[in-house]
Design a protein around this ligand. Structure first.
Ligand code: DAH
Length: 348
């Protein structure tokens, strides 16, 4: 075959080639060990030098031409494969996006953040204390010595005779006074978890409290009253009325309980407030002189007030949650209700 015939035959073979394996077969037919082009030089050893030169030149020209044609077709097939892959894998940006479910702030955390915002704006520090506490900080330094009847009201999880799970964030009062080496004025709140051996619809063995403590010179009951009135209005709405009832806590004297007008019925009486028009919100009082003394503050120089309230109660009131256990069981059906209600539920 002369060069043209070979190229023509190649072109003919290439016509039916659509896939790479077909192409490799054609390539083998021409350039393989026994291929047409290879065969051109198979009888070189029998040729004269002159002929060798000529045949060699011819074979090399044919090989170049054949190779270049094969490469061209290979390139075409590869381009086509790439093209197909790109179309198949292209992203349709007009499709609606997959819905990603967004987390939301837990009602409990919203309450903590609001309480913190309010008190920080009044110059209070937010402090932390350990949940595993000493009997001394949780009770003794709060005027509740061993054997005191007030211990019965707080069914305590004891770890041993010295350590317990704190039953009240009031323990942080004791810590803060002791830790303040320079005995400077104190303005602090401490939100956190507390533990008691209770378990029913309105009590959980674990719940949240926020404690507040102010120690300074010339602090009076009027300061306490003003602060808590503002706090109640901020948390539960501007129209909230506040009343103070005398009460008893071992670590305050005098002690008060603070009620707020029922924000559901406005004070006329409903199921939430048990027809009284009032809801108990927190305990408070002037820091007992003995407690100040145990904290290293001279009660002749310093006075102070303290208060404590349940964060769960606040969350339950605000979001109308009927069972405290919903706050802790992480049931998605409960938590999902807060997904979009974000700000609208919050009374400012
Ligand atoms: N610790 C009290 C309780 O758990 C609440 C309390 C009452 C805290 C009066 C106070 C306070 O700081 O002055 O029931």
């Amino acid at each position: 075959m002369n060069k043209n015939e070979i190229i023509q035959s190649l072109e003919e073979d290439l016509k039916s080639v659509t896939k790479l394996p077909d192409l490799f077969n054609v390539k083998a037919k021409y350039l393989g060990k026994k291929g047409i082009v290879t065969e051109l030089t198979s009888n070189m050893k029998d040729l004269s030098n002159e002929e060798k030169k000529e045949v060699g030149k011819f074979a090399s020209e044919v090989r170049m031409e054949v190779t270049s044609r094969l490469e061209k077709v290979q390139q075409e097939i590869e381009n086509q494969i790439l093209e197909e892959k790109l179309t198949k894998e292209s992203i349709d940006i007009s499709l609606p996006a997959k819905k990603i479910s967004r987390g939301s702030r837990h009602p409990f955390n919203r309450i903590i953040e609001d309480v913190e915002d309010f008190f920080v704006s009044m110059g209070y520090d937010v402090v932390d204390g350990p949940e595993i506490e000493t009997d001394e900080n949780c009770f003794q330094r709060l005027n509740v010595p061993i054997g005191h009847p007030a211990r019965d009201a707080q069914d305590t999880f004891y770890i041993d005779s010295e350590y317990l799970l704190r039953t009240q964030t009031s323990s942080v009062q004791a810590r803060t006074m002791q830790n303040n080496q320079d005995k400077t004025p104190i303005r602090m709140i401490c939100p956190g978890k507390v533990y008691r051996r209770d378990d029913d619809a309105t009590h959980s063995h674990q719940f949240g409290q926020v404690e507040g403590l102010v120690v300074d010179k010339d602090i009076s009951l009027a300061d306490l009253k003003g602060t808590l009135e503002l706090f109640a209005k901020k948390m539960l709405g501007e129209n909230t009325k506040v009343r103070f009832r005398p009460s008893y806590f071992p670590f305050t004297e005098p002690s008060v309980e603070v009620d707020v007008s029922c924000f559901k019925c406005g004070g006329t009486g409903c199921a939430l407030c048990k027809q009284t028009g009032w809801i108990e919100l927190l305990g408070a009082g002037m820091v007992h002189p003995h407690v100040l003394e145990m904290g290293g503050y001279d009660p002749k120089v310093w006075t102070g007030f303290a208060f404590g309230t349940g964060l769960d109660r606040l969350a339950m009131f605000r979001y109308e949650i009927p069972d405290i256990r919903y706050l802790y069981t992480n049931d998605m059906r409960f938590l999902k209700q807060f997904d979009r209600k974000d700000e609208e539920n919050e009374i400012k």
